[in-house]
Write a protein that binds this ligand. Structure first.
Ligand code: FES
Length: 250
């Protein structure tokens, strides 16, 4: 906050950084934060699937919010994401060009002793409900984790924070629908990954064994990729940003 400025947000965007989060647990967090927040709010993930921060900001602004606080959720939140977010949020603000709209990025709560005390005291207060661990039952193996699934195509779909900011979370869901609709779901092994590094080219999908990396930025691009590359077995050079093996044109 700038010196002398009193910030009175009329909306909060919660940005949750937690790569391993099920849909059920995320909904629980969304509902809890919505219940606890006195102003309009949206809760989106920095990694994984779902609505992007930009779309959530669009929605808040469309509902009339003009002083939006962006609150990172994750303890502690990544330093590199905190350093990158002001620029990324600035792009949204510039492109949306909404007169009178102000956007502010809060810090995480790692320096807030009250929050840390609440976590520690809650752990002690709920100890009775904790599940006892049985040494006899100990195992790190799980049911069905022995077999490599049958597949012909392997997709590494980046759901890292910078691709998700560019709507990769939504496109990941579109990809699933297209694989199913175009009949190649069973032959395609899809792994969602963290950052693959060329973030500026995202949303990013790497296809093996062909060894081509694609930028698939729209729903139409995802659909075209599935049809052309996975069904018709032809390359799609207009979306390729990197090629590992140019001899294999599957
Ligand atoms: S976040 Fe996707 S390539 Fe970095």
């Amino acid at each position: 906050m700038r010196e002398g400025r009193v910030l009175v947000p009329d909306a909060i965007l919660f940005l949750v950084s937690q790569p391993y989060l099920s849909g059920r647990r995320f909904k629980q967090l969304q509902a809890g934060l919505a219940e606890a927040t006195r102003v309009a709010s949206r809760v989106v993930r920095m990694e994984g699937t779902g609505q992007s921060a930009m779309d959530a900001l669009d929605a808040l602004a469309a509902d009339g919010a003009r002083d939006i606080l962006v609150q990172p959720v994750g303890l502690p939140f990544s330093d590199s994401l905190l350093a990158w977010l002001p620029g990324a949020l600035g792009v949204w603000q510039r492109e949306s060009a909404i007169a009178g709209l102000s956007l502010s990025l809060a810090t995480d709560q790692i320096g807030d002793a009250e929050v840390l005390r609440t976590i520690a005291e809650s752990a002690l207060a709920r100890a009775d409900a904790a599940q006892p661990v049985d040494a006899e039952e100990g195992t790190i193996d799980g049911k069905g984790w022995d077999e490599v699934p049958p597949y012909t195509d392997h997709l590494l779909v980046c759901t890292g924070p910078r691709c998700v900011y560019r709507r990769a979370g939504l496109l990941r869901d579109v990809l699933n629908d297209e694989l199913s609709r175009q009949g190649v779901m069973r032959s395609t092994l899809v792994a969602t990954t963290g950052c693959l590094f060329p973030c500026n080219n995202g949303p990013m999908v790497a296809h093996y064994p062909a060894g081509r990396w694609y930028r698939l930025a729209t729903q139409e691009a995802v659909s075209t990729f599935v049809r052309t590359v996975l069904v018709e077995r032809r390359p799609l050079p207009q979306f390729v940003i990197h090629e590992v093996n140019s001899n294999d044109h599957r």
